[in-house]
Design a protein around this ligand. Structure first.
Ligand code: KIV
Length: 277
Protein backbone atom coordinates (compact mmCIF):
# COMPACT_ATOMS: atom_id res chain seq x y z
CA UNK A 1 0.00 0.00 0.00
CA UNK A 2 1.60 3.36 -0.98
CA UNK A 3 2.48 5.79 1.79
CA UNK A 4 -0.18 8.40 2.47
CA UNK A 5 0.21 12.07 3.32
CA UNK A 6 -0.54 11.16 6.93
CA UNK A 7 2.23 8.52 6.93
CA UNK A 8 4.69 11.20 5.80
CA UNK A 9 3.58 14.03 8.09
CA UNK A 10 3.55 11.71 11.13
CA UNK A 11 7.26 11.06 10.60
CA UNK A 12 8.14 14.63 11.66
CA UNK A 13 10.11 14.54 14.93
CA UNK A 14 10.20 10.74 14.96
CA UNK A 15 11.87 9.27 11.86
CA UNK A 16 13.84 10.79 8.97
CA UNK A 17 12.12 10.76 5.58
CA UNK A 18 14.06 9.50 2.54
CA UNK A 19 13.16 10.86 -0.87
CA UNK A 20 14.84 10.10 -4.19
CA UNK A 21 14.01 11.13 -7.73
CA UNK A 22 12.87 8.59 -10.32
CA UNK A 23 11.77 9.03 -13.92
CA UNK A 24 11.26 5.48 -15.22
CA UNK A 25 9.69 2.14 -14.31
CA UNK A 26 12.85 0.12 -13.56
CA UNK A 27 14.50 2.74 -11.35
CA UNK A 28 11.23 3.33 -9.52
CA UNK A 29 10.94 -0.39 -8.78
CA UNK A 30 14.50 -0.55 -7.41
CA UNK A 31 14.16 2.59 -5.26
CA UNK A 32 10.80 1.36 -3.94
CA UNK A 33 12.39 -1.98 -3.06
CA UNK A 34 15.12 -0.09 -1.16
CA UNK A 35 12.40 1.33 1.09
CA UNK A 36 12.41 5.07 0.35
CA UNK A 37 9.23 6.80 1.48
CA UNK A 38 8.81 9.12 -1.53
CA UNK A 39 9.68 8.84 -5.21
CA UNK A 40 9.94 12.35 -6.63
CA UNK A 41 9.33 12.61 -10.35
CA UNK A 42 11.44 15.75 -10.51
CA UNK A 43 11.63 18.11 -13.46
CA UNK A 44 15.37 17.47 -13.09
CA UNK A 45 14.40 14.62 -15.43
CA UNK A 46 14.61 17.24 -18.17
CA UNK A 47 18.35 17.49 -17.51
CA UNK A 48 19.36 13.94 -16.59
CA UNK A 49 16.96 12.06 -18.89
CA UNK A 50 16.45 14.48 -21.77
CA UNK A 51 19.70 16.45 -21.83
CA UNK A 52 18.31 19.98 -21.35
CA UNK A 53 20.65 22.61 -19.85
CA UNK A 54 18.10 23.38 -17.11
CA UNK A 55 14.52 22.53 -16.11
CA UNK A 56 12.84 25.41 -17.97
CA UNK A 57 11.97 23.57 -21.23
CA UNK A 58 10.27 20.65 -19.43
CA UNK A 59 6.64 20.20 -20.50
CA UNK A 60 3.53 18.77 -18.86
CA UNK A 61 3.52 15.96 -21.46
CA UNK A 62 7.04 14.92 -20.44
CA UNK A 63 6.18 15.05 -16.73
CA UNK A 64 3.03 12.95 -17.28
CA UNK A 65 5.08 10.44 -19.29
CA UNK A 66 7.71 10.09 -16.51
CA UNK A 67 4.99 9.96 -13.83
CA UNK A 68 3.08 7.15 -15.53
CA UNK A 69 6.24 5.03 -15.73
CA UNK A 70 7.26 5.70 -12.10
CA UNK A 71 3.80 4.98 -10.73
CA UNK A 72 3.77 1.62 -12.54
CA UNK A 73 7.07 0.74 -10.81
CA UNK A 74 6.21 1.66 -7.23
CA UNK A 75 4.54 -0.49 -4.64
CA UNK A 76 4.95 1.24 -1.26
CA UNK A 77 6.41 4.67 -1.92
CA UNK A 78 4.39 7.84 -2.39
CA UNK A 79 4.83 9.35 -5.86
CA UNK A 80 5.21 13.15 -5.96
CA UNK A 81 5.37 14.79 -9.39
CA UNK A 82 6.90 18.19 -10.15
CA UNK A 83 4.74 20.78 -11.86
CA UNK A 84 7.02 22.11 -14.62
CA UNK A 85 7.82 25.76 -15.34
CA UNK A 86 4.74 27.73 -16.50
CA UNK A 87 2.30 24.92 -15.75
CA UNK A 88 0.88 26.72 -12.66
CA UNK A 89 1.93 30.37 -12.79
CA UNK A 90 -0.60 31.74 -15.31
CA UNK A 91 -3.78 31.16 -13.30
CA UNK A 92 -5.31 29.07 -10.53
CA UNK A 93 -7.44 27.18 -13.04
CA UNK A 94 -4.34 26.33 -15.12
CA UNK A 95 -2.63 25.09 -11.92
CA UNK A 96 -5.61 22.95 -10.89
CA UNK A 97 -5.99 21.46 -14.35
CA UNK A 98 -2.30 20.55 -14.61
CA UNK A 99 -2.12 19.21 -11.05
CA UNK A 100 -5.08 17.00 -11.99
CA UNK A 101 -3.27 15.73 -15.10
CA UNK A 102 -0.32 14.61 -12.96
CA UNK A 103 -2.64 12.85 -10.51
CA UNK A 104 -4.39 11.10 -13.42
CA UNK A 105 -0.91 10.01 -14.59
CA UNK A 106 -0.36 8.22 -11.28
CA UNK A 107 1.06 10.83 -8.87
CA UNK A 108 -0.21 10.99 -5.27
CA UNK A 109 0.85 14.61 -4.83
CA UNK A 110 2.39 17.48 -6.79
CA UNK A 111 5.34 19.78 -6.05
CA UNK A 112 5.48 23.49 -6.91
CA UNK A 113 8.38 25.91 -6.61
CA UNK A 114 7.66 29.19 -4.83
CA UNK A 115 6.61 30.81 -1.55
CA UNK A 116 4.16 33.57 -0.63
CA UNK A 117 3.58 34.48 -4.30
CA UNK A 118 2.00 31.07 -4.98
CA UNK A 119 0.22 30.72 -1.63
CA UNK A 120 -3.27 31.07 -3.13
CA UNK A 121 -2.42 28.70 -5.98
CA UNK A 122 -1.27 26.08 -3.48
CA UNK A 123 -4.43 26.61 -1.45
CA UNK A 124 -6.65 26.14 -4.50
CA UNK A 125 -4.94 22.86 -5.44
CA UNK A 126 -5.11 21.59 -1.84
CA UNK A 127 -8.78 22.65 -1.58
CA UNK A 128 -9.79 20.35 -4.41
CA UNK A 129 -8.08 17.45 -2.63
CA UNK A 130 -4.63 17.25 -4.27
CA UNK A 131 -1.75 17.14 -1.77
CA UNK A 132 0.99 19.69 -2.40
CA UNK A 133 4.68 19.65 -1.54
CA UNK A 134 6.28 23.11 -1.54
CA UNK A 135 9.79 23.95 -2.75
CA UNK A 136 11.68 27.03 -1.58
CA UNK A 137 15.27 28.21 -1.24
CA UNK A 138 17.06 27.63 -4.51
CA UNK A 139 14.25 27.21 -7.07
CA UNK A 140 15.79 25.73 -10.23
CA UNK A 141 12.95 26.99 -12.49
CA UNK A 142 13.47 30.66 -11.63
CA UNK A 143 16.53 31.25 -9.42
CA UNK A 144 18.74 30.19 -12.32
CA UNK A 145 17.16 32.93 -14.45
CA UNK A 146 17.84 35.58 -11.82
CA UNK A 147 21.13 34.76 -10.13
CA UNK A 148 22.40 31.31 -11.15
CA UNK A 149 23.32 28.57 -8.70
CA UNK A 150 23.67 30.24 -5.30
CA UNK A 151 23.32 29.17 -1.68
CA UNK A 152 20.16 30.70 -0.16
CA UNK A 153 19.51 32.39 3.21
CA UNK A 154 22.99 33.73 3.86
CA UNK A 155 21.78 36.98 5.42
CA UNK A 156 19.26 37.78 8.16
CA UNK A 157 16.82 39.38 5.70
CA UNK A 158 17.04 36.54 3.22
CA UNK A 159 16.53 34.05 6.05
CA UNK A 160 13.49 35.94 7.36
CA UNK A 161 11.95 35.99 3.89
CA UNK A 162 12.47 32.24 3.59
CA UNK A 163 10.88 31.60 7.00
CA UNK A 164 7.85 33.64 5.88
CA UNK A 165 7.66 31.63 2.66
CA UNK A 166 7.71 28.37 4.62
CA UNK A 167 4.94 29.60 6.93
CA UNK A 168 2.85 30.77 3.96
CA UNK A 169 3.07 27.32 2.36
CA UNK A 170 2.16 25.65 5.63
CA UNK A 171 -0.86 27.96 5.99
CA UNK A 172 -1.89 27.22 2.41
CA UNK A 173 -2.08 23.52 3.28
CA UNK A 174 1.16 22.10 1.86
CA UNK A 175 2.01 18.77 3.55
CA UNK A 176 5.79 19.19 3.31
CA UNK A 177 8.39 21.58 1.91
CA UNK A 178 11.63 20.98 0.00
CA UNK A 179 14.43 23.32 1.12
CA UNK A 180 17.08 23.53 -1.59
CA UNK A 181 20.60 24.87 -0.94
CA UNK A 182 19.57 26.71 2.21
CA UNK A 183 22.21 27.38 4.87
CA UNK A 184 22.03 24.60 7.45
CA UNK A 185 21.36 26.94 10.39
CA UNK A 186 18.37 28.52 8.67
CA UNK A 187 17.06 25.09 7.59
CA UNK A 188 17.10 24.07 11.24
CA UNK A 189 15.17 27.20 12.25
CA UNK A 190 12.57 26.62 9.51
CA UNK A 191 12.27 22.94 10.42
CA UNK A 192 11.65 23.88 14.05
CA UNK A 193 9.20 26.64 13.26
CA UNK A 194 6.68 24.78 11.08
CA UNK A 195 4.60 21.70 11.83
CA UNK A 196 5.02 19.99 8.43
CA UNK A 197 8.16 18.07 7.40
CA UNK A 198 11.02 19.80 5.61
CA UNK A 199 12.90 17.80 2.99
CA UNK A 200 16.42 19.10 2.43
CA UNK A 201 18.69 19.03 -0.58
CA UNK A 202 22.00 20.70 0.15
CA UNK A 203 20.39 22.15 3.28
CA UNK A 204 22.18 20.35 6.10
CA UNK A 205 21.33 17.52 8.48
CA UNK A 206 18.51 19.07 10.51
CA UNK A 207 15.70 18.83 7.95
CA UNK A 208 13.04 16.19 8.59
CA UNK A 209 14.11 14.33 5.46
CA UNK A 210 16.53 14.39 2.57
CA UNK A 211 16.10 14.23 -1.21
CA UNK A 212 18.72 13.49 -3.85
CA UNK A 213 18.65 13.04 -7.60
CA UNK A 214 19.01 9.31 -8.32
CA UNK A 215 21.59 9.95 -11.07
CA UNK A 216 23.80 11.68 -8.47
CA UNK A 217 23.38 8.86 -5.92
CA UNK A 218 24.38 6.29 -8.54
CA UNK A 219 27.12 8.40 -10.13
CA UNK A 220 25.45 8.38 -13.53
CA UNK A 221 25.39 12.08 -14.37
CA UNK A 222 28.78 13.62 -15.06
CA UNK A 223 27.89 17.07 -16.41
CA UNK A 224 27.03 18.52 -13.00
CA UNK A 225 28.36 17.24 -9.67
CA UNK A 226 26.83 19.34 -6.86
CA UNK A 227 28.88 19.54 -3.65
CA UNK A 228 25.86 18.46 -1.59
CA UNK A 229 25.17 15.24 -3.49
CA UNK A 230 26.81 12.12 -2.05
CA UNK A 231 27.69 9.69 -4.85
CA UNK A 232 27.24 6.14 -3.49
CA UNK A 233 28.40 4.54 -6.76
CA UNK A 234 30.28 5.67 -9.87
CA UNK A 235 28.11 3.81 -12.35
CA UNK A 236 28.99 5.98 -15.36
CA UNK A 237 32.50 4.51 -15.48
CA UNK A 238 31.24 0.96 -14.90
CA UNK A 239 28.68 1.32 -17.68
CA UNK A 240 31.25 2.55 -20.20
CA UNK A 241 33.53 -0.37 -19.17
CA UNK A 242 30.71 -2.91 -19.65
CA UNK A 243 29.67 -1.54 -23.06
CA UNK A 244 33.31 -1.44 -24.19
CA UNK A 245 33.64 -5.17 -23.29
CA UNK A 246 30.41 -5.92 -25.17
CA UNK A 247 31.72 -4.13 -28.27
CA UNK A 248 35.02 -5.93 -28.10
CA UNK A 249 33.25 -9.33 -27.74
CA UNK A 250 31.05 -8.58 -30.77
CA UNK A 251 34.09 -7.61 -32.85
CA UNK A 252 36.16 -10.62 -31.75
CA UNK A 253 33.28 -13.13 -32.03
CA UNK A 254 33.26 -13.92 -28.28
CA UNK A 255 29.61 -12.89 -28.22
CA UNK A 256 27.12 -14.44 -28.80
CA UNK A 257 28.03 -18.03 -27.78
CA UNK A 258 25.92 -21.21 -28.05
CA UNK A 259 24.23 -20.40 -24.75
CA UNK A 260 22.88 -17.12 -26.16
CA UNK A 261 21.50 -18.69 -29.37
CA UNK A 262 18.39 -20.65 -30.46
CA UNK A 263 18.25 -23.69 -32.79
CA UNK A 264 15.85 -25.03 -35.35
CA UNK A 265 15.07 -28.79 -35.22
CA UNK A 266 17.60 -30.83 -37.32
CA UNK A 267 14.95 -32.41 -39.61
CA UNK A 268 13.32 -29.05 -40.20
CA UNK A 269 16.71 -27.65 -41.10
CA UNK A 270 17.32 -30.52 -43.59
CA UNK A 271 13.93 -29.92 -45.19
CA UNK A 272 14.62 -26.21 -45.41
CA UNK A 273 18.02 -26.77 -47.02
CA UNK A 274 16.56 -29.19 -49.60
CA UNK A 275 13.80 -26.78 -50.52
CA UNK A 276 16.25 -23.92 -50.96
CA UNK A 277 18.60 -26.12 -53.06
O1 KIV B 1 13.51 18.21 -9.85
C1 KIV B 1 14.10 17.79 -8.83
O2 KIV B 1 14.85 16.81 -8.86
C2 KIV B 1 13.87 18.49 -7.57
C3 KIV B 1 14.78 18.15 -6.44
C4 KIV B 1 16.07 18.83 -6.65
C5 KIV B 1 14.19 18.49 -5.14
O3 KIV B 1 13.03 19.33 -7.51
Amino acid sequence: MPKSVRDITSMKNSKKITVITAYDYTTAQLCDRAGVEILLVGDSGGMVMLGYENTIPVTMEQMCFFTEAVSRGRKDAMVVADMPFMSYQASKSQAIENAGRLIKSGADAVKLEGGIEIKETVRSIVDIGIPVMGHIGFQPQTTTLQEGYKVQAKTKDAALALIQNARALEEAGAFSIVLEMVTKEVSKIITESISIPTIGIGSGPDCDGQVLVVHDVLGLFEKLKPKFAKRYLELAGDIVKAITSYKSDVVSGKFPLQEHSFSIDKTELERLRKEIA
